[in-house]
Design a protein around this ligand. Structure first.
Ligand code: MN
Length: 513
């Protein structure tokens, strides 16, 4: 499927257009880092800045030069990377902060001063006129150092509108190159941002908006502002930021492309960048996060999966490939037989159609406890049904011994009985399980490969019962995937039992052919 296959609603043409040009101002490394519990080191910041640049964002706010000591070091390093994006540092309206930005070698400063009466009174103890004068002299100072200035009236959305306009007009007059309207506490509705962006756009410099997600409206607010003339949206990867975060980069980028035709980043890299930021920040990506969440393209319900398998446009607003994601079909209590057959076919298993209802019933029983059923489990359940009641165990495990430890090569000695005839084999391996599997394979002399192997503890503690699931492929018998499953206290022994179960199934199938 290509990028061109877009599935948006035809009714979207009734929304206000965003003529553009528009771009993103990413603040993952500044507002994102201010998220509670997030702390990024210089190397982390460099890796994220490079990834954002590679993604193609126009502007990156990489930190706060006058903040923690390490901030200036990180900013200096990022300034020296020669990235395509314009790199900004945040700065308060003081000469010390502005000097700190200039000292890093950056040429872009994001200056801010609060404008709401609440902030002026309770935080800054400044009168309105004093605040404007302070901002004006800071902008003039930054311009005198040759910096490009984006100016934010902090808490703009809770500021008296006429005073706000006077404030922005004064900083523009003083030389600010761009202005930003922050919805600092995420209190505004889309129509409010639309109004503010429209009004401040008349001041003659590019307008940015900085929307927080306290009401879950950050993306909607940013889009509304862009429809009224804002040309930049402040965003962060996976919406990382103060409290509930900022407008999510991936959501903004996707909607701007899908509904307005603006390709502001390389969309196919969104999933990768989200994973990178999640790893460095230690913040999980919510499973239901739009665009990049694990379940953004996951389907479980039988009705949906049936539709999806015929044509993905039935239950997806856009193709996962567009944003670097994969589609997945989950098995659970809402599953239908179409999901089962497609998953079994993908694993290379042939399962009799007439037994499907029975398999579905088993899957639903397992899923009742809320357990998600993965491929290995499905294969094991399907295998169990297929070979139920057949005479088995032509191969029996007689004895085995494994030696393992630190500084020695793990080795296994295995004796099996095949149709009454005993065969033994010794083999080494990377660990006790690997050595045992190798010895078993040697004793059988069969071209059988271990395709998948998983151990799960069923109960907690060191005496936990382990559940081993394996999938073998019979290279001699057409390569059909054959599962085996066993439960026991000893992981190595249980693995052998699971493998033997699968091997006996392979032998049964060969006999039947
Ligand atoms: Mn913010």
């Amino acid at each position: 499927m290509t990028d061109d296959r877009l599935f948006t609603s035809p009714f979207n043409r009734h929304s206000r257009p965003i003529p553009g040009p528009v771009s993103l101002f990413d603040t993952t490394l500044r507002d994102g880092e201010q998220a509670p519990g997030v702390a990024l080191g210089t190397d982390d910041k460099i890796a994220i800045a490079k990834a954002l640049d590679d993604l193609g964002v126009a502007r990156i706010e990489a930190g706060f030069a006058a903040g923690a000591a390490q901030e200036a070091v990180s900013l200096k390093e990022i300034a020296g990377l020669g990235l395509n994006a314009k790199i900004y540092s945040l700065a308060r309206c003081t000469e010390k902060d502005i000097d700190a930005v200039a000292d890093t070698g950056l040429s872009n400063a994001h200056l801010f001063l609060a404008s709401s009466d609440s902030h002026l009174r309770h935080k800054l103890s400044l009168g309105r006129d004093e605040a404007v004068a302070k901002a004006v002299s800071a902008v003039e100072y930054a311009k005198s150092l040759g910096l490009n200035v984006q100016f934010s009236c902090e808490d703009a959305t809770r500021t008296d509108p006429d005073f706000l306009e006077r404030f922005y007009a004064a900083v523009v007059e003083a030389g600010a190159d761009e202005i930003d309207i922050p919805d600092t506490v995420g209190a505004a509705l889309p129509a409010a941002m639309e109004y503010l962006a429209g009004r401040m756009s008349k001041l003659g410099v590019p307008v940015a908006v900085h929307c927080h997600n306290d009401l879950g409206l950050a993306v909607a607010n940013s889009l509304a502002a862009m429809s009224a003339g804002a040309s930049q949206a402040h965003v962060s990867v996976i919406g990382l930021g103060e409290r509930t975060g900022n407008a999510a980069l991936e959501e903004m980028a996707l909607t701007l492309y899908l509904n307005h035709g603006h390709r502001v980043v390389d969309l196919s890299k969104l999933a990768g960048v989200a994973r990178l930021v999640s790893r460095y920040s230690g913040r999980a990506i919510h499973v239901n996060k739009p665009v990049v969440g694990r379940d953004a393209f996951a389907h479980e319900s039988g009705i949906h999966v049936h539709g999806m398998l015929n044509d993905p446009t039935t239950y997806e607003a856009y193709a996962p490939e567009l944003v670097g994601m994969d589609r997945s079909i989950k098995l659970g209590k809402h599953s239908g037989t179409h999901s089962l057959s497609s998953r079994l076919a993908a694993m290379g298993m042939t399962f009799p159609e007439e037994m499907m209802p029975e398999l579905l019933a088993e899957v639903k029983t397992i899923a009742l406890g809320g357990k998600e059923i993965n491929d290995l489990e499905l294969a094991a359940v399907a295998g169990g049904l297929m070979w139920k009641g057949r005479p088995a165990n032509t191969v029996e495990l007689k004895r085995f011994r494994v030696t393992t430890g630190r500084g020695i090569v793990p080795e296994a000695y295995v004796t099996v009985s095949i149709g009454g005839e005993e065969r033994s084999h010794v083999a080494s391996g990377n660990g006790p399980v690997d050595a045992s599997v190798n010895a078993l394979r040697g004793a059988l002399g069969e071209p059988i490969s271990l395709e998948e192997f998983r151990v799960e503890a069923i109960t907690g503690g060191t005496d936990a019962l382990g559940e081993v699931t394996v999938i073998l492929k019979d290279k001699a018998g057409g390569g059909e995937a054959t599962p085996g499953k066993a439960v026991g206290l000893d992981i190595v022994d249980t693995t052998m039992v699971a493998i033997l179960e699968a091997i006996n199934r392979i032998y049964e199938r060969r006999k039947a052919v």
